[in-house]
Ligand binder design. Structure first.
Ligand code: ATP
Length: 811
């Protein structure tokens, strides 16, 4: 099969990763792969210049045929086209009018190596455009002719709902277009028969996360990172001058970016299209809320306005007007910041490398399985699983949100978004307003909050959310500093609403962590619980927190003080807590790894051909190393789960030698080997580096880099912060429910059930409570990790995309 891939509509981070994955996966499945430059416009323009005009003096490897590309002349054109390929001419609306000095080839064959390293780059390297011509039948007919001329009848389109609609129209019309082309003598009968049907798969590239039936669109997580960076920067200046800032963010029909930025950035108020303020005067509602914040001593105000924000009468809410309201009614020194296109640009975050890679691979599979009668699919992600959704169903559902908004049916609009969206909105209200919803006095409790183990991004955000929930419901949040050690030293104090205000963006652990387990002196720990009258415990941490919970639950046999609801919120960069797919901090550390590896790779390429052996933390859990390898395009990955032996090392050296022998002459290439710190006691990072240096000879050099504690990341990622809020609020609701259950028992003989000592887990994107006793059965206690983690298969995938299995037997 000949597969072409194009990017269309507005660009988004991650589009290059899509192209890379489609090309690599296509070739691995025995297909010929092509890219179409400048979106649909490129299809319409096709190839007017002969192939010979393209320079091919840099032949690349077209795996799996490896050493001799089957069609050396037609691969690796992209390197020659990426630069200086002319100026695009666009009209005022952004629609494509033409080009100047382009070399006349828009549909270009590419090889395995042509897309190397692409996913570190933002935007789309093959170009995108809005094509007026493609909207016409004549334009689409020309596009069909150009594709058929190259023998292509399978297309992957990455773009927004417009682009995917265009794809569907094209496919539905294709048989007629082919018939007409044949009738007009533009293609032969044989070609018409050979390409009677078009196969199409869509991938959603959109920074707004505005497509229904998929949880995240490609580019949205990176845009959120950019916005949160801006908010974090603004926070310090706002606080210094006691100013208010109104930030306008993208999202014409979808408030996801504004809402998640509001949650992760700790904003005071957000305006989104799906849920306008409910009161008659939103101006009063906003001023009321912000006035209260100022009264308790807040020095800064952040209001986020989505581009498409409206009031309940559908009147647009604009940032400049919000600013005037704040300045005039509250007398605040207010500034407007419009982030504009900075939100689109820049290097993709880790999520926008992993997601498009997995989706691109699935797109190729969907094309291979497509029949003339199967629907066109859109590849999405639902509940952490890559899914295929009938494309037009998703587009129709997306449009239904806009229709519901237009009909002022905001509940319906919210219900069409995924459940996380609604929860995020409720979470924002809970953590951003001072309005209280106090429970009856007997249900109000004293909640101890503790951090355990190593710091992880999102620990402070989770604590902030828990504190604000407590205050809203009339509970008393108590900080226990430095874990159980601190408890034994009475290092505790009550937390306040304002005191945790700036914790959203803070890395590390504001409470201080400690690895001391309660078993150090269980009786004394119970006495402290009793002395301070704790009625619930929230522990935020990694494997130690799980272990501590187990000890406390078992301690209930002897100590009544532990008969209270006790929960563990997993937070660890190792992501080694059993049963949960994600722990807080795992996204932050993956981003830290990606940042470090991008820099290392650049240096490795700049010097002589160099292999960098990068050592990661993770204890005996290979999560960061494995997913990090997929997110950075590492050539090899070593994990404790798989271990290392001499045979593997010998194979890997052979692979690297083959790889460097096949590289283009004169082009310096850097490569990464990612190794978990505990992958082997004998073959440590130093040994492997020296071995590679020795074996590399004149082909390549080797160096090592140990990322160590840098992987804890400085500032927590927005996804970790948003997840922290969501999970923390669920923990508090669980504590309340379990406390109410206990209230029915006489206070002196209260007996908590084993289920009331539980861990909150993310399993297939839904939140599930697992009792600590149940979790033990799924834990490898000796190696401090879970059994059968979801990511274990990704090691082989990462190495396959780097060509290891294909090349290892060649030389
Ligand atoms: P974004 O979300 O960034 O706006 P989008 O994919 O929705 O991305 P559009 O401008 O709507 O962007 O569409 C991109 C291109 O897709 C259009 O310029 C046009 O070439 C093609 N297209 C869109 N809708 C159709 C259609 N109904 N029929 C044919 N082609 C279409």
């Amino acid at each position: 099969m000949k597969i072409a891939v194009l990017t269309s509509g507005g660009d988004s981070a991650g589009m290059n990763a899509v192209v890379r994955a489609v090309v690599k996966a296509g070739i691995l499945r025995g297909c010929e792969t092509w890219v179409v430059r400048e979106g649909y416009e490129g299809l319409v323009r096709g190839n007017t210049e002969a192939l010979s005009e393209q320079s091919t003096d840099n032949p690349s490897v077209n795996l799996p045929e490896a050493a001799s590309p089957a069609d050396g002349a037609s691969v690796n054109l992209i390197h020659n086209l990426r630069f200086g390929d002319g100026e695009l001419l666009k009209d005022g609306t952004g629609d494509y009018l033409g080009t100047r000095s382009l070399k006349g080839r828009y549909i270009v064959r590419v090889g395995f190596d042509d897309v190397r390293g692409w996913f570190a780059e933002g935007g789309t390297l093959i170009g995108t455009a809005r094509s007026k011509t493609f909207r016409t039948v004549e334009g689409r007919m020309q596009a069909a002719e150009n594709m058929i001329r190259e023998g292509i009848d399978a297309l992957v389109v990455c773009g927004g709902d417009g682009s995917l609609t265009g794809a569907d129209v094209f496919r539905a019309e294709w048989p007629k277009l082919v018939e007409a082309l044949h009738a007009e003598g533009r293609i032969t009968a044989e070609k018409a028969q050979m390409h009677a049907h078009l196969k199409i798969v869509g991938l959603v590239g959109s920074i707004d996360n505005d497509m229904s039936m998929t949880d995240l669109t490609i580019g949205a997580p990176t845009a959120l990172v950019r916005i949160c960076e801006a908010i974090d920067n603004i926070n310090s200046t706002a606080s210094s001058h006691s100013r208010a800032f109104v930030l306008e963010v993208m999202g014409r029909h979808c408030g996801w970016l504004a809402l998640l930025a509001g949650v992760s950035g700790g904003a005071d108020f957000v305006f989104i299209p799906e849920r306008p303020p409910t009161s008659e005067s939103w101006e009063n509602e906003m001023c009321d809320c912000i006035q209260k914040h100022r009264e308790v001593g807040k020095r800064k105000t952040i209001v986020i306005v989505a581009e498409g924000a409206i009031d309940r009468d559908l009147k647009p809410i604009k940032a400049d007007y919000v600013k005037d309201v704040l300045a005039e009614r509250l007398g605040l020194d207010t500034r407007v910041t419009t982030l504009g296109h900075t939100q689109r640009g820049g290097r993709p975050c880790a999520y926008d490398r992993v997601l498009p890679t997995l989706q691109g691979i699935e797109a190729v599979e969907a094309l291979l399985e497509a029949t003339p009668h199967s629907p066109s699919y859109m590849i999405g992600i639902q509940e952490n699983k890559i899914t295929r959704i009938p494309l037009m169903e998703a587009v129709a559902m997306t449009r239904a949100v806009s229709s519901a908004i237009e009909a002022k049916d905001f509940d319906k609009a919210m219900s069409y978004r995924d459940p996380e969206f609604k929860e995020s909105f409720e979470g924002f209200i809970t953590t951003s307003t001072l309005e209280q919803r106090k429970l009856p006095p007997q249900q109000r409790i004293k909640v101890a909050i503790m951090h355990m183990g190593a710091p992880a991004g999102g620990m402070n955000a989770a604590t902030r959310a828990a504190v604000r929930y407590c205050i809203r419901h009339g509970h008393t949040p108590i900080a226990v500093h430095n874990g159980f050690r601190g408890l034994l030293d009475d290092n505790i104090h009550e937390l306040s609403w304002l005191g945790v205000d700036s914790w959203m963006a803070r890395g590390g652990s504001e409470l201080g962590t400690n690895r001391t387990l309660p078993s150090t002196d269980l009786g004394a720990v119970a006495a402290k619980f009793q002395q301070h009258q704790f009625q619930a415990l929230l522990m935020i941490g990694g494997f130690e927190a799980f272990n501590s919970l187990l000890i406390l639950e078992e301690g209930r046999k002897h100590y009544p003080a532990f008969h209270i609801p006790m929960v563990h919120l997993p937070a660890t960069i190792s992501n080694n807590v059993p049963m949960t797919e994600w722990s807080l901090g795992s996204d932050t550390s993956l981003n830290a790894l990606v940042d470090a590896c991008d820099a290392i790779k650049q240096s490795a390429s700049a010097s002589r051909n160099r292999v960098f052996v990068v050592e990661t933390q993770g204890g005996k859990c290979g999560y960061i190393a494995t997913v990090g390898a997929l997110a950075t395009g590492a050539s090899l990955v070593y994990t404790p789960e798989q271990g290392m032996d001499l045979d593997t090392l010998r194979r890997d050296v052979r692979f690297l030698k083959t790889r460097y022998t096949l590289d283009a002459k004169g082009k310096s290439e850097g490569r990464l080997v990612i190794k978990n710190e505990a992958a082997s006691q004998v073959y440590n990072t130093d040994v492997i580096t020296r071995m590679l240096k020795e074996e590399g000879g004149s082909l390549f050099d080797a160096r090592s880099a140990s990322l160590g504690h840098t992987l804890q990341g400085g500032v927590p990622s927005p996804l970790d912060r948003a997840r922290a809020v969501r999970l923390s609020l669920k923990c508090m609701a669980f504590i309340e429910r379990e406390h109410v259950k206990l209230l029915s028992q006489p206070s002196r003989t209260r007996h908590a059930t084993p289920d009331s000592a539980a861990i909150i887990t993310i399993q297939s994107s839904s939140l599930k409570w697992v009792s600590v006793q149940e979790m033990v059965a799924h834990a490898d206690m000796e190696n401090r990790r879970g059994k059968n983690p979801w990511w274990s298969g990704l090691k082989e995938l990462a190495e396959t995309l780097a060509g290891r299995p294909q090349l290892v037997g060649l030389h």
